[in-house]
Design a protein around this ligand. Structure first.
Ligand SMILES: Cc1ncc(COP(=O)(O)O)c(C=O)c1O
Length: 403
């Protein structure tokens, strides 16, 4: 059953119309920090408000009318996510708090049970701390080793061996915007019977992906970067793997039977969902995905790419600017010689331009890039050329003050 068919509608994308869906956008400020968290469309805000204002009830527990409706909404939302990433079955979709929790579940409930001393986890150097620390922790717990990998395909072929049990890679770097070749990485990983874990936190926003076609074992993302609510994430896992995994947290609804001596876990996906779920968040996220299918996301991506190219061409006019990001990416990271990234961020903030600076939760990558932090601009299909022009003017004002 496919509930959310992104191809079935007569879709379009119009930048101004799209932009008008975001009540936080106004003429006084410019939001260029969407890689941290995306702005929210009215459809998502309205659905969350509706739940809290008119139909508050719990899910999978009470049997009154609103509670049954809420349970049905959560099931529908799960199917929407399964359709969005082309999962085989909605039982492969686990609700979590975000990408971070999703990867920690894989590390603790999967990796911890299979890793032996000297087994290897290959982790790319591009990773956000969320796709590094869970592996360092489980390596400490099991005696396994974390192996640093540049994300270059040839290097993967040289590093991987029968000792490799996991390969962890981002779909899109939150610093450089680089998108690794997941199809080839998946092929190599599976030649060695290792498991591929993909961090989709940034990638899912700009590049819809098919977990089945790419043969991804685990895929993690956060709703809040995909126009959805905060505090909600998704872990996709192949059914076979999820079934063999140990439970994550103990609590209500993750069990079939319990006594003082033992318990029997619930079936998928509930086995990993102890406690009351983020009901408002899930309902809001279903509304987000439902709203998103009205738009031609591929056309929106092309628009964002053009806007990114325009942004970069304007930034290149600044003297002594050094870029760290790849071409055509909606993520643009740079530094300006003799200007501290945070000084620039503060002066841009005073001019109501929101950007992100610092290590971007990627200390090892900063070391590799040879800097202590960067300035990051991140673009979305709701941004426009005026946003970029205001940014450039604000940077020039800041440079005039700082130099
Ligand atoms: C590439 C990447 N992975 C993981 C995360 C962590 O996401 P969250 O904090 O929503 O769990 C982020 C957040 O910035 C990210 O950019």
């Amino acid at each position: 059953m496919v509930l959310l068919d992104l191809n079935s509608h007569n879709k379009h994308y119009n930048p101004e119309k799209f932009r008008s869906n975001f009540p936080a956008i106004n003429d006084q400020s410019v939001y260029l920090d969407s890689a941290a968290t995306a702005l929210k469309p009215q459809a998502m805000i309205a659905a969350t408000h509706e739940y809290y204002a008119h139909s508050t009830a719990t899910a999978q527990r009470s049997l009154h009318h609103d509670a049954l409706q809420v349970t049905a909404s959560i099931d529908k939302a799960r199917q929407y996510v399964a359709d969005f990433i082309h999962a085989n079955d909605n039982s492969e979709i686990i609700w979590t708090r975000g990408t971070t929790e999703s990867i920690n579940i894989v590390a603790q409930s999967y990796a911890r049970t299979i890793l032996k001393p000297n087994d290897e986890i290959i982790v790319s150097e591009l990773e956000h701390h969320s796709n590094l620390l869970p592996w360092l922790i489980v390596a400490q717990q099991t005696g396994a080793k974390v192996i640093k990998w540049s994300s270059n395909i040839d290097e993967l072929s040289a590093l991987i061996s029968s000792r490799t049990k996991i390969v962890a890679i981002t779909q899109m770097s939150n610093v450089t915007g680089f998108c690794p070749d997941l199809a080839t990485i998946s092929q190599i990983t599976h030649q060695y019977n290792a498991v591929l874990v993909v961090d989709g936190a940034q990638g899912i926003v700009h590049h819809c992906l098919d977990v089945k076609q790419l043969d991804i074992d685990f895929y993690a993302f956060s709703a809040h970067k995909l126009y959805g609510p905060t505090g909600l994430g998704v872990l996709y896992g192949k059914q076979l793997l999820l079934k063999q995994m140990s439970v994550w947290q103990g609590g209500g609804k993750m069990l079939k039977t319990a006594s003082f001596s033992d318990f029997q876990p619930a079936d998928l996906p509930y086995k990993f969902e102890a406690g009351t779920p983020n009901i408002a968040g899930i309902i809001g996220f279903a509304a987000t995905l439902d709203w998103l299918r009205n738009w031609d996301v591929k056309q929106a991506d092309r628009y964002t790419e053009q806007l990114a190219n325009y942004t970069k061409s304007q930034l290149m006019k600044i003297t002594d600017i050094e870029f760290y990001s790849v071409d055509n990416s909606p993520i643009i990271s740079f530094n300006i010689k003799n200007i501290h990234h945070n000084d620039l961020a503060i002066l841009l903030g005073e001019q109501k331009i929101a950007i992100r600076t610092g290590e971007l939760c990627a200390q090892p990558l900063m070391q590799k890039l040879g800097c202590h932090g960067v300035i990051r601009i991140s673009l979305m299909p709701y941004n426009n050329q005026q946003d970029v022009d205001k940014l450039i003017e604000a940077i020039q004002n800041a440079i005039a003050i700082l130099t």
